[in-house]
Design a protein around this ligand. Sequence first.
Ligand SMILES: *Cc1c(COP(=O)(O)O)cnc(C)c1O
Length: 366
Amino acid sequence: MQIPYLSLQKITDRNSAEIHKAVSDVIDSGWYLQGKANKTFEENYARYIGTEYCIGTANGLDALSIILHAYKELGVLADGDEVIVPSNTYIASILAITQNNLVPVLVEPYITTYQIDENLIEAKITNKTKAIMIVHLYGRCAYTDKILNLCKKYKLKLIEDNAQAHGCMFNGKKTGSLGDAAGHSFYPGKNLGALGDGGCVTTNDSVLAEAVRSIANYGSSKKYVFKYKGQNSRLDEIQAAVLDVKLNYLDRDNEIRKQIAEQYISKIKNGKIILPQISVRDSNVFHVFPVRTENRDSLQKYLQEKGIGTLIHYPIPPHKQECYKEWNSLSFPISEKIHAQELSIPLNPALLQNEIDYIIEVLNEW
Ligand SMILES: *Cc1c(COP(=O)(O)O)cnc(C)c1O
């Protein structure tokens, strides 16, 4: 059996007719940017997440970066201010910070949940700290009341990187509505994925929302009048129309993801493989199913030989990347362990039961 890590063709196929119709409606409309499809999707996604505002952007990195840029324009952040961020996140969370001349302060995650360790944050807060960026990595909620209380105590902005966690909940509220602002990515492989790049910002803050919308559109306040030195980061009408179709199936797809994860957790029994645990069912939408093992590379090779595609999220931690040379000698042992041991096995709503059974069988035989 051949099971790729993820087949986007199979994901799209399930709603192919509706997606084709949405795309051809945009083509025939003759209106390709900042039109009806954006407006409709922004309203529907804001309602889904539970925020007042949603602003489409060209991708998830821009969404995060523009939030920080907007806070700078509004006088909330200034060059050199510090933003706390988990040390094991995807590079985009950190790039958004450094792109704005802000300083990322890396905090280690829990080895059990892979989410930022709330108990390590306070010691890293200085008089330059102005925000905490939590990342709902792998689709699991990183928010805790303790983090919110730290934000209140030290007057910090709470920013969520919700790129991997569309539909994830904390106490009945969606991630993306828990802090001051959130960046979302609609990269094709995400739980809610476009047919190309896309992203958005959600927030309840009307002043921030207006600044974000302006910065994403050249900093324009009205046509040919520029209030900020902005950028061009708009969500295409075609992508907005596709996302609006797929949003209708997001909860169904997340439910399928959870049921597959539950099968993996109950049926994979191999002492050499550490599985993720579900604490609260609503608080994990399993963007990836991360397992850990001391012989990660040999497990990956074995699965490859058995026809099962896997990915590593991620092979090199941010502080060991060449682009952040200044951090290369720092030590973040928990992140380093995760990066050395993590392997993501296929988990997506197009997987068939016989494929799930085969993956379980092969992992148990290893
Ligand atoms: C995908 C991702 C992003 C960036 O999204 P793009 O749309 O690819 O720019 C940011 N943060 C995390 C955690 C991601 O997984």
